[in-house]
Design a protein around this ligand. Structure first.
Ligand code: NDP
Length: 336
């Protein structure tokens, strides 16, 4: 991590790819440590917040001059004393944007391998974005049959799953995304009932009138800003808004001021933000998520997509791309 981008757009120049001599067979491991060969890294929008070193957020800022960090999947290459993991085991954990990483075994989770399911799904539909989609929708959205669920950022890691889960609950599902190709994926692959390109519609208001003629019962908000503002005016009485993120604001030099909050009183709307870290603390939810979503993926009832970029050296451009919408589905870096 080279430079704090401040409030504006993050660019590749804020990061730097460096090479160091490294001998995997010579590195010293302390008791309880393992050496991982990183296979996949997860790039996630919240990392943009961690690049603002002076702003307070829910996760600590990255340190300038140190490697960026991410969720990742690694293969155990060597083990230190007192470890239970073995060479060749695949694990999930919090690692550095690097090819190799020395980790404490206690912070790692051994991966369960499911036939026909790519291991990288553990960073997406079966991992953090998955529980975010599942928990936000089920716990806060509380979907009921026949309701209209609107999802912004619908073709991304979280959004793709939210719509499909809501549809399996008997809801009518509407999504928005930033390209026509993404809209096509929503309609033709992810089973969305309606979808629109928020960048090319005449107005967001007209798009909601056309695609949500009976109003919105659940708005799963991934983007915030003007989208949230306009959606508020289309919410039904006793509707719910799980606030998952506000990606439209992450690189904005000035934050958008939402004007329609009085709608929450008029329509008795529940708006609630949430964090995946809290959801992981709900053991019942984690149990249900694992049971439901693993089965749905294995049975092919949920379609999931990944946007895989190869090579750690391409991680900075992929991260900028993620924030600009280059990805359809989960943004992954294939390291090895
Ligand atoms: P995505 O895979 O959805 O990737 C980000 C997408 O955001 C881009 O592909 C782009 O798609 C869209 N986007 C970028 N700028 C804008 C904009 N100005 N307006 C609308 N859309 C925009 O990422 P995730 O699924 O991982 O994350 C989605 C949201 O959920 C983010 O806000 C993230 O911070 C949040 N999140 C929250 C968690 C929590 O614990 N609360 C956990 C995980 C994610 P497009 O082409 O459609 O513009």
């Amino acid at each position: 991590f080279k430079e704090d981008p401040g409030r504006g757009w993050v660019e590749e120049k804020h990061m730097e790819v460096t090479k160091q001599d490294f001998n995997a067979d010579a590195v010293e491991l302390k008791e309880g440590e393992v050496l991982l060969k990183i296979k996949y890294l997860s790039l996630d929008p919240y990392m943009r917040g961690r690049m603002q070193t002076k702003a307070k957020s829910y996760s600590a800022p990255f340190e300038i001059g140190k490697p960026l960090q991410a969720g990742g999947i690694g293969e155990v290459y060597r083990v230190g004393k007192g470890t239970t993991l073995k060479t060749g085991d695949l694990v999930l954990g919090f690692v550095e944007w690097a090819q190799w990483f020395v980790a404490a075994e206690k912070g790692l989770k051994k991966l369960e391998i499911f036939d026909g399911v790519p291991i990288s799904y553990n960073l997406g539909v079966l991992g953090m974005p998955g529980i975010t989609a599942y928990g936000g929708l089920m716990k806060i959205g509380e979907p009921k049959e026949g309701e209209t669920v609107y999802v912004s950022g619908a073709a991304g890691a979280v959004g793709l799953l939210v719509g499909q889960l809501a549809r399996l609950r008997g809801c009518r599902v509407v999504g928005s995304a930033g390209t026509d190709d993404k809209v096509k994926v929503l309609l033709e692959e992810a089973g969305y009932d309606a979808a629109f390109n928020y960048k090319t519609v005449k107005s967001l208001d007209a798009a909601f009138k056309e695609h949500c003629p009976k109003g919105i019962d659940i708005y799963f908000d991934n983007v915030g800003g003007e989208m949230l503002d306009v959606a508020l005016t289309h919410m039904n009485v006793h509707s719910r808004i799980p606030v998952c993120g506000a990606i439209s604001q992450y690189n904005a030099s000035e934050q958008y001021g939402v004007k329609n909050l009085m709608q929450t009183v008029i329509k008795r709307i529940k708006i609630q933000g949430f964090l995946s870290t809290d959801l992981y603390g709900d053991q019942e939810l984690v149990k249900n998520f694992t049971k439901d979503v693993v089965a749905l993926v294995k049975e092919g009832k949920i379609v999931y997509k990944e946007h895989i970029v190869e090579g750690i050296e391409n991680a900075p451009s992929a991260f900028v791309g993620l924030l600009k919408g280059a990805n359809t589905g989960k943004q992954i870096i294939k390291v090895a």
